[in-house]
Ligand binder design. Structure first.
Ligand SMILES: [Zn+2]
Length: 381
């Protein structure tokens, strides 16, 4: 990450963009809006994250940062005076790989970081506080480096470009699409209690098999996802105990992930799953329940900024896909600080978080044009 920062800072410097590392490990470059270089009160931020997952590709995250830098360079080269500064931001730790805790950079910048999380440790036992200090960051400067305090200017908007991570743009033959909202999500654990017993002696009509019950429930949840438009319903993990071939399973835990653009549909689906669980308990004599559910509501993108992106994209391609993001992004966190908007760029075969991840340079060029034109439109209105 240090090498990445050093490289991008060089590029920023070459474009007369002043760069700095903030207290949260974010890299920020400021392009002064007024041509005379005088400081402006308002700031428009463009960026994405610089970290990624293990064994990742080259685009998830950094492409959005480079596009931010590209927009700032184009604005400068074209001698366009803006009524605001542009801050190009490369967020730290969006994926949450090191501390099992995502969005550290954007939570920090937007003033939502809880200092209690500084005590989280990585696999080697290094605290987040220590890791930040080792990287040259000072947690005591959190307050000053949060844009919520206004000391860095008033943030009037945030724009993020990200690869799509799905195939809708490929299918519609569109280089870019516009994100209308980021789906809400419920993560929960379903616990199913049965009775463990001998696989060779307990007759079928007397079994209370938690694993067989879980199998039925998993398929029912999948069916709910298939039959409810826009719903993603996934059981992604299962723990069965005692997990032996000759023992009827007595205890199962399932990890549930539910996502939808509309919170009411997601919560209604959760109720339906709750009914399925009750029915399962009754018909199979099991004790099943949703043990714990964490909800994050859907985050709509800002209407006016999104319309600017849509208009701009309409000028670059014949039709514009308006899309819901099923994955979480920094824009979702930044939306709490300022009006936010997002565009997706087509990626090959929808592959991401993999070395084969690929976005065509021509598509990135379209994204650059769409973002720059949208920003000029925003500056005019
Ligand atoms: Zn990403």
């Amino acid at each position: 990450m240090k090498a990445t920062h050093a490289q991008i800072r060089k590029w920023m410097q070459a474009s007369s963009i002043e760069s700095r590392l903030d207290a949260f490990g974010n890299l920020i470059g400021r392009h002064s809006g007024a041509l005379n270089g005088s400081q402006q009160a308002d700031v428009f931020m463009i960026g994405s994250h610089l970290d990624t997952v293990v064994n990742a590709g080259r685009f998830d995250g950094p492409m959005g940062v480079m596009l931010g830098l590209g927009v700032a360079e184009l604005i400068r080269e074209s001698d366009i005076a803006l009524p605001f500064d542009i801050d190009v931001v490369g967020f730290s730790e969006e994926e949450g790989v090191r501390f099992g805790f995502p969005f550290i950079g954007s939570l920090g910048i937007s003033g939502q970081f809880d200092p209690g999380d500084l005590d989280r440790v990585d696999v080697k036992g290094v605290t987040m506080r220590q890791a930040l200090a080792d990287f040259g960051c000072d947690p005591d400067k959190f307050e000053a480096d949060s844009y919520r305090s206004g000391s860095r200017g008033k943030v009037i908007g945030f724009m993020e470009a990200h690869l799509e991570q799905a195939t809708r743009l490929e299918q519609s033959n569109s280089p870019v699409g516009i994100v209308t909202s980021i789906a809400g999500q419920t993560r929960g654990t379903i616990v199913i209690e049965g009775v463990a017993g001998h696989a060779g002696t307990v007759p079928h009509d007397q079994r209370r098999d938690a694993l067989a019950g879980a199998a039925k429930l998993i398929l029912d949840i999948e069916k709910l996802g298939q039959e409810t438009p826009g719903l993603y319903a996934t059981v992604g993990a299962i723990t069965a105990k005692p997990s032996l071939s000759n023992v009827i399973c007595g205890h199962v835990e399932l990890m549930l992930d539910l996502r939808h653009e509309l919170d009411e549909v997601r919560l209604k689906s959760l109720k339906t799953i709750d009914l399925m669980i009750r029915e399962l308990s009754a018909t199979r004599d099991l004790a099943a329940r949703i043990h714990r559910a964490d909800h994050s509501p859907a985050v709509p993108m800002d209407g006016a900024l999104t319309r600017s992106l849509e208009t701009s994209a309409g000028g670059a391609q014949s039709s514009v896909e308006m899309m819901v993001s099923g994955a979480g992004h920094d824009a979702m966190v930044m939306a709490k600080l300022a009006p936010s908007c997002m565009l997706f760029v087509r990626c090959r075969d929808g592959v991401s978080h993999h070395p084969d991840e690929f976005v065509a340079p021509e598509d990135i060029r379209v994204a650059l044009e769409v973002m720059t034109n949208a920003l000029i439109q925003i500056s005019e209105t």
